[in-house]
Design a binder for this molecule. Structure first.
Ligand code: ZN
Length: 286
């Protein structure tokens, strides 16, 4: 397992951590300000959200790389299933392809998929996982031709009413198997899988070479809101070192991306303070 105690070159920022993915939050920094602040602090990379690109994906990607940082990924595809998805297959796939184009313009290797929940008119998640696999399969070649990998991110079951139909690494790998494309893998986010006592076994047995991203935060003991009350690493109950060991047992050597949605705490702090705190917590807790 890598030792981060004196080295945070594997640390990446997901810009959601500065509140940029939701209207009305964040300090209003431009992508350029975020890039410079991360570079100054020795971060290894940044993951952006589509809303920040605003038609400037190629410029922002080039600027990030010129600052010595990796463009780790892009968040995210539209919901591909469920009640929050666009109204029909054609609209969903059109926006799915557009998100792949944006990832390609940014020249990032990874586009994250947040799947969406159970399809209206169905119960449970099995039927929705089949629809999901079909839609991902139809876009996989298009993404591969543009050097984009698609990362299926399982989400915490508490969000499964409308945001996800895959809740465990095993669910995500099952959908990968159904899709059967070399550029489709999974992303592991501490917030979503910290509770899963079968995770290490699943990853070591089934996920070799298929983990495309690792997302850091913490699960607060008294979580007030499952979407917007994520904890800073070290403030919660997740066993962060054990989780990273599980991810690395599957061969993951990529960056570790801090993704903290925290409307009432971290999004209220100055970005400089958040970025400094992340470096310190990464070295001591992750
Ligand atoms: Zn995540």
């Amino acid at each position: 397992m890598r030792d981060f105690t004196h080295d945070h070159s594997a640390l990446a920022l997901n810009t959601a951590t500065l509140g940029h993915n939701l209207d009305g939050f964040g300090a209003g920094w431009s992508p350029e300000q975020v890039i410079d602040a991360c570079a100054e602090r020795g971060y290894g990379g940044i993951t952006f959200w589509r809303r920040e690109l605003a038609g400037r994906a190629a410029d922002i990607g080039a600027r990030t790389r010129a600052a010595g940082l990796q463009v780790v990924g892009l968040c995210r595809t539209p919901f591909l299933t469920g009640s929050l998805a666009l109204p029909d297959d054609r609209a969903i796939m059109t926006d799915f392809y557009r998100s792949i184009d944006e990832a390609a313009a940014l020249e990032t290797g990874v586009l994250t998929i947040v799947t969406g929940g159970p399809e209206p008119g169905t119960k449970g998640v099995i039927e929705s996982q089949k629809i999901l696999a079909d839609r991902v399969a139809r876009a996989a070649d298009y993404a591969a031709e543009r050097n984009v990998k698609l990362a299926l991110e399982p989400l915490n079951p508490a969000t499964a009413g409308n945001r996800t139909c895959i809740m465990t690494a095993a669910d995500a790998l099952n959908v990968c198997d159904a899709v059967g494309a070399a550029n489709v893998g999974i992303a592991i986010d501490v917030y979503h899988v910290w509770w899963d006592t079968t995770l290490a076994e699943t990853l070591s047995q089934r996920a070799k070479g298929r983990i495309l991203g690792y997302h850091l935060c913490d699960w607060l003991a008294d979580t007030a809101d499952v979407l917007l009350d994520r904890g800073m690493m070290g403030d919660g109950v997740a066993d962060l070192k054990a989780l990273r060991a599980a991810v690395e047992s599957a061969g993951y050597t990529g960056l570790c991306e801090v993704e903290i949605f925290s409307a009432n705490n971290w999004w209220q702090h100055a970005p400089e303070e958040v970025l400094d705190t992340i470096v310190e917590r990464f070295r001591s807790y992750c």
